[in-house]
Design a protein around this ligand. Structure first.
Ligand code: ATP
Length: 284
């Protein structure tokens, strides 16, 4: 049996972290939403062998246990004592190490696919719980809806959807290592330039000014210290008509939200030549 799952990228409408856990990982307080830029993940099971095989069309991603999709198969197979061989083929459209959660999206897609193939009958909540050991963004990616994500990433509270604005994504030609940025967080000096509660209220009341005013990402200055193109890109987006612009995750992708498609198209054109990769997308 062969199942194909869509694996959408995420952006962080708000990203804050109040403290570090004793294990060194950040406690998260984030608002995430998914966009219509997606990988396609095909999952097939076999009785004739017991191997896990992962193939991607990216050319440089690992195909072994370092691939988050591989880890997703391994975890679910062990947990439910399945012996089937599993082959995963990933068509990568989401830029890698970009702050868009591509690896986590692939892992979550594998979990949803195997849940169907093996008739495990697990709810999304149960899949999310199982998935946390893969990466902190995987529980969110199991749902792919607008959500408030807290704890290590395992607490996912679904919210009113982010309206279907046009969003321009721009990824500078650098790859950011998430662990490097997370290690650089100095909790004494962190500027909490984001209001998570107000974003939630703005979503509930469909009040875009309330929402846009409250959006922010506390990691932006940290990534910008290493890659100053982040702030330049953000400023350029604001100068060219984005209602709000900010970095997603640990970066380096910066997104600009536009109220009108025509504005977004103009913004997309003005960024071409200035930035390596530019995408025009919508919130799901
Ligand atoms: P996050 O914001 O969740 O940290 P990201 O968008 O910054 O994610 P990813 O594209 O998920 O980054 O990749 C981060 C790392 O994960 C890369 O070093 C990559 O080699 C590894 N990785 C493992 N599996 C995958 C996969 N299926 N797709 C993309 N990257 C993967």
């Amino acid at each position: 049996m062969n199942v194909i799952e869509k694996a959408p990228a995420k952006i962080n409408l708000g990203l804050d972290t109040p403290m570090r856990y004793p294990d060194g990982s950040p406690q998260w307080n984030m608002i995430m939403t998914s966009i219509d830029l997606a990988d396609y993940v095909s999952v097939e099971v076999f009785q004739k062998h017991h191997q896990i095989k992962v193939y991607t069309d990216s050319g440089f991603l690992p195909n072994d246990q370092r691939n988050l999709a591989y880890q997703a198969v391994h975890i679910l197979r062990n947990r439910f004592h399945q012996k089937d061989g599993v082959t995963v083929r990933i068509k990568k459209n989401i830029p890698v190490a970009a702050g868009l959660g591509g690896g986590s999206a692939d892992a979550a897609a594998v979990l949803r696919a195997l849940n169907r193939i093996w008739h495990l009958g697990l709810s999304l909540e149960e899949l999310a719980k199982i998935s946390l050991t893969i990466d902190s963004d995987v529980p969110y990616c199991v749902y792919n809806q607008t959500a408030h994500v807290t704890g290590h990433g395992e607490k996912v509270n679904l919210l009113a959807p982010f309206p279907h604005y046009s969003i321009v994504l721009a990824k500078p030609k650098v790859s950011v290592s998430t662990p490097t940025i997370l290690k650089r967080i100095d909790y004494q000096r962190l500027n909490h330039n984001v209001n998570i509660e107000q974003i939630i209220q703005g979503l509930e009341q469909v009040d875009e000014e309330m929402m846009f005013d409250a959006m922010g990402n506390v990691l932006e200055p940290l990534t910008n210290q290493m890659y100053p193109e982040i702030m330049k890109l953000k400023q350029k987006m604001l100068d060219h008509g984005a209602s709000v612009a900010q970095m997603s995750g640990t970066g380096p992708t910066v997104f600009g939200v536009c109220k009108k498609l025509s504005q977004a198209k103009r913004l997309q054109n003005s960024l071409r030549g200035f930035c390596h990769e530019v995408y025009l997308v919508r919130a799901l």
